[in-house]
Design a protein around this ligand. Structure first.
Ligand code: ME8
Length: 515
């Protein structure tokens, strides 16, 4: 079987409801999955939930619920949001599922049998908030940084993974595969961190201290450290240890944000390497959404609710904004003002207006039938070339998840087409019987451009693409004919026109702060 194009998101903690940050990585992955399907590739898009560990246990305690019940009550919030956002995941993993637990235990047993795990007594500092052991080296001006929360002294025996054995190999792998960690500022950050000796990784928690986890297969008095448990989801779902695994792995993209870079580019690859599993192809870490220059996060309580935006502006508008504005290498401020600017300028004025007036004119002047090519000339030729160039710029940008680059190329074509409408003024041509053939040429080109746009925006805005194809009464978007603006046949009957994005006013604010 053809190996699937395999893309993942982080599996999110169920200590609270999803916010715009979670929605964003999931939308980015969804756009890629939809794009790959559009290209005809077998695609596997995985997302899910990270349900073990201290954070989830504490969230459950706070609600006075057993942890499993807490997880069972949180999962539907994520699934409902993915549905509202038109997320097309092929599978949804919860780490409390037996299919996942079995692979975590198998993976740990393999690490153990290869001698990659040992037991030792640890005495030192432990951050409850970060759920990790910390060292004196992390102190700044004699204090542990605030994000570590309360740091307590701890003495306990634990199991450790010999991560340090793989340091040389990891550095070499990063150097030999320049695109493995993207973007390059994150790659450099990891290479910089690897100049210091890598410590071994504590992979267990004594059950007496934390019961909510997967028992170690070789010592049931301990549960698995939540990060080891969570990372294994990427191989547990595609069936590590079974025949079908080879038709999924390696993952083509692990999509994450920069907060979980080290776990994905150091812990995960070294563990895979120790077991002898091939590396994922690319790990791409985007920047953060900020609110007033602070990271948006559940613990800071400054979160944007995606639901509010979906209800008010529609899922497609939010998907578009996330892909157009969230940056790969830097952080970005999320403001409703910025959102509305994009909505009104790009969606209502540019795309919506172009498609709506183009198709309305075909109805008004040609009874809703796509005219023949008529008297097409140099301008039409220039626009056809631009359309082909748009596809040529779009594909490589999409393949490398450079969404704002892909969208910029598409919007250049939209801007040119809108200018073309003004230049040719079809409403004037319609008044002149001698210009009938010229009007045919203009209306046909605009109809063809609308079809090309349906294709180009479809991974980003699936509902909008469907609205356009309905209005065009076309089903099949065959790329080779769209690229040359040559999809329709003369006389093709269109469906009824309808506006895509009604303009919005900046009146009431959809952004809601968490209570
Ligand atoms: O870290 N801007 O889960 P998590 C952009 N369970 N993206 C953001 C964001 C922001 N302000 N805040 C969160 C975990 N995200 C682990 C992952 S994976 C094996 C285990 C997104 O619920 C972004 O994708 O804290 C980030 O990496 C992720 O949510 C962290 O989600």
């Amino acid at each position: 079987m053809e190996k699937a194009f395999y893309i993942t998101t982080p599996i999110y903690y169920v200590n609270d409801r999803p916010h715009i940050g979670h929605a964003s990585t999931t939308v980015w992955a969804d756009v890629q999955a939809r794009y790959q399907r559009l290209r005809g590739r077998r695609t596997f898009f995985l997302t899910g939930l990270d349900e073990h560990g201290i954070k989830v246990q504490q969230a459950a305690e706070k609600r006075g619920l057993p942890p499993q019940q807490h997880c069972d009550e949180m999962a539907p919030h994520f699934l409902a949001l993915w549905k509202a956002l038109n997320i097309s995941q092929d599978d949804f993993v919860r780490t409390t599922e037996p299919r996942h637990k079995a692979v975590v235990q198998r993976f740990l047993a393999e690490l153990h049998s290869k001698g990659a795990i040992y037991r030792k007594k640890y005495h030192g500092w432990y951050s409850k908030a970060a759920e990790q052991f910390v060292t004196e080296k992390e102190k700044v001006n004699g204090q542990f940084p605030a994000h570590l929360g309360e740091v307590v002294e701890l003495e306990e025996e634990n199991y450790f993974f010999r991560m340090s054995d793989h340091q040389e190999w990891l550095i070499r792998h990063i150097q030999e595969h320049p695109d493995w960690i993207q973007p390059s500022n994150r790659r450099n950050e990891i290479l910089g961190a690897l100049q210091k000796p890598l410590e071994d990784l504590c992979i267990s928690r004594p059950k007496a201290r934390l019961a909510w986890g997967i028992p170690l297969p070789f010592d049931p008095e301990y549960v698995t450290y939540v990060w080891v448990d969570a990372l294994v989801n990427y191989i547990s779902v595609p069936g590590y240890g079974t025949e079908r695994f080879a038709s999924f792995w390696p993952a083509d993209f692990h999509l994450i944000a920069k907060d979980i870079l080290t776990t994905h580019t150091v812990y995960w690859p070294t563990m895979l390497h120790a077991v002898g599993i091939p590396m994922p192809n690319r790990i791409l870490a985007h920047g953060w959404w900020l609110m007033e220059r602070e990271k948006m996060s559940k613990s800071l309580g400054n979160i944007i609710s995606p639901q509010d935006y979906i209800e008010k502006y529609g899922a497609d508008a939010l998907r578009y904004f996330i892909c157009r504005e969230l940056q790969l290498a830097n952080d970005t401020d999320f403001t409703e003002e910025r959102f509305l600017r994009r909505f009104n300028a790009d969606l209502a004025n540019d795309l919506g207006n172009l498609v709506n007036r183009s198709l309305s004119m075909v109805h008004r002047y040609r009874q809703g039938n796509a005219p023949g090519r008529g008297a097409a000339g140099a301008v039409e030729e220039e626009i056809c070339k631009l359309a082909a160039a748009t596809f040529d710029a779009y594909h490589p940008a999409m393949e490398s998840i450079a969404y704002s680059t892909a969208l910029e190329a598409v919007w250049k074509l939209i801007a040119r087409a809108n200018r073309y409408v003004e230049e040719t003024a079809p409403w004037k041509l319609a008044k002149d019987p001698a210009a009938a053939s010229r009007l045919d040429a203009v209306l046909r080109l605009l109809t063809e451009i609308s079809a090309a746009l349906a294709y180009l925006v479809s991974p980003f805005m699936p509902d909008t693409a469907a609205k356009i194809t309905n209005q065009l009464a076309i089903r099949d978007l065959t790329e080779s004919r769209l690229r040359t603006l040559d999809l329709l046949s003369d006389g093709h009957a269109l469906g009824p026109p309808a506006p895509l994005f009604p303009r919005q006013s900046a009146s009431d604010c959809a952004a809601s702060r968490a209570k």
